[in-house]
Structure formats: C-alpha cells, structure tokens
Design a protein around this ligand. Sequence first.
Ligand SMILES: [Zn+2]
Length: 149
Amino acid sequence: MKCQFCGHPKTRVLDSRPGKKNNHIRRRRHCQQCDGRFTTFERLEDNLALVIKRDGRLEVFDREKILSAIKQSCTKLPIGEDHLNKIVGSIESRIQESRRRKLRSQVLGDWVAAALYEIHPAAYIRYSIVHRQIQDLRDLQRLLEEELG
Ligand SMILES: [Zn+2]
C-alpha cells in the first residue's frame, strides 16, 4: 500500500487487527522512506481470512507470520527462500479454495505441517514441536502415527 505522506509504493504493516464487526481490518503502517506512520481500514474481502486462535480470539491471517514459522522450521536445511515463499503461497491458495472466512489455527497448522512434510521430515517435526503442542516423544509418535498411519 502506498504511503499517504510521500507516495512511496511500499509500506510495512506494523499491526493488524479485525474491526468490531470483523468485516474490516485495521492496519498500522509504517513507511521506511519518510518514516511516516498511518492507519488504514481495509475491507476483509481484500484480505484472506481470520484465524481463530485456541483461546477463541480472532487474528488476521498473517502471511509474514507463517513465513517466519516456516523459515524457523527449515533453518540449516537445504531449502531455498523461493521454496519457502511457494509454501506460503500454497497455504494462501488453499484458504481461498476452501472459501472460508474463518479458519481454526489448528487447521492452519495442519496445512503448514503437511506442506513441510512434503519438503523435509526434519522441518515437519520441528514445526510440529513448536506450533502444534507436542510435549513429548509420545505426542510426536501419536502425531506421526495419525498422519502416516
Ligand atoms: Zn512515506
């Protein structure tokens, strides 16, 4: 989105939260060129979806957040940046294809894990341990059995 002050074509999102009726998203943006900060209200149609957290809170689907979780899971594995972006893209299309407005964070986690499983078992296991509440080896074993069953 263009900067409201200097017209610089790229601004960074500092914070996103759903509006009161969940049909708008309020975004704080920052322009790295002029250091201006402003707030935009964007229609949900222009965005992907809301994620329902485990505690019931709603959060705007955040591509960067997914990307950084995937990056962490792939640290030191021979997987290029392009590939990581492709995975996030595939998750986004999956959300769009499902035509869901709201998505449980667990479902999202399962999709990310499935995509990582395709590229590297270590990335899959790391992601599952950090993001899918795997407490011990027994949980991990159960998870693997369920999925590879
Ligand atoms: Zn600016």
